[in-house]
Design a protein around this ligand. Structure first.
Ligand SMILES: Cc1cc2nc3c(=O)[nH]c(=O)nc-3n(C[C@H](O)[C@H](O)[C@H](O)COP(=O)(O)O)c2cc1C
Length: 178
C-alpha cells in the first residue's frame, strides 16, 4: 500500500475507534526474524516526555512479549474494515505455533526506522522504539481491574514506544469505516 509520512496525531479519532472495535495489529519480529502480529484492544497514543508515544500493554504469556523484549521496538498497524477476520486470527492464535501473517493473508515489509514489520494491507502504520517499560503493579491497581483483567495473574508489561515514524495512505480513515 502506498503510504506517506503523517503527523502521528492525524486520524486519531478513527484509530481509537478501530482500537476499541476490531483492534489494532502489533507487529514485531522474533529472534529468528519471523514477523508476527498480535491484536491489541488496549493502548493509547499521546505526548510523554515531550515525545510522541504509543503505549501498549502486552501480557508475558504472549509470544509478542518475547519478540519485543528481544527487538526493543514494535509497530502499530491500523487494519481496514476488511481485515476483521485477520484481527480475529491474530488475536486468538500465537506466533509461537504458526506463521499468523501467512495464515491471515497478510504481508510484512521491514519498517523504515525500526526492526519491526509494517503490515502491507494496513493503511496506517506507526514505527515505535521502546523508550520505557514497566509492569503493572497489582497492589497499586483498583480491585475491580485486578478481578476483571487479571484472574490468571498474567499482569501486562506496559511498553512506551517513541513514534519514530507514522505513515498513512490517502483517505486512510475511509478504509477504517465499517
Ligand atoms: C480484540 C482483541 C484485543 C486484544 N488485546 C490485547 C492486548 O491489548 N494485550 C494483550 O496482551 N493481548 C491482547 N489480546 C490477546 C492476544 O491478541 C492473543 O493472546 C494473541 O493470540 C497473542 O498472540 P502472540 O502469542 O502471537 O503474541 C487481544 C485479543 C483480541 C481478540
Amino acid at each position: 500500500m502506498d503510504r506517506k509520512k503523517i503527523d502521528y496525531r492525524k486520524y486519531y479519532e478513527a484509530v481509537m475507534k478501530t482500537l476499541t472495535s476490531r483492534g489494532l495489529l502489533l507487529g514485531s519480529y522474533d529472534s529468528a526474524g519471523k514477523a508476527n502480529a498480535m491484536t491489541i484492544g488496549w493502548g493509547s497514543a499521546g505526548s510523554i516526555w515531550g515525545l510522541p508515544v504509543w503505549i501498549v500493554l502486552v501480557r508475558p504469556s504472549r509470544y509478542t512479549y518475547r519478540c519485543i523484549e528481544h527487538a526493543g521496538c514494535f509497530s502499530v498497524n491500523v487494519p481496514p474494515d476488511s481485515l476483521g477476520m485477520a484481527c480475529a486470527l491474530c488475536g486468538s492464535k500465537s506466533g509461537r505455533d504458526m506463521d499468523k501473517l501467512a495464515a491471515a493473508g497478510l504481508t510484512a515489509t521491514r519498517g523504515s526506522t525500526v526492526l519491526a514489520p509494517a503490515i502491507e494491507q494496513c493503511p496506517i502504520v506507526y514505527e515505535c522504539q521502546v523508550v520505557h517499560s514497566n509492569d503493572v503493579i497489582p497492589a497499586r491497581l483498583a480491585e475491580e481491574i485486578v478481578s476483571g483483567a487479571y484472574a490468571s495473574n498474567d499482569y501486562h508489561r506496559i511498553y512506551f514506544g517513541k513514534i519514530l515514524a507514522a505513515y498513512a495512505s490517502d483517505g486512510a480513515d475511509k478504509l477504517l469505516e465499517a
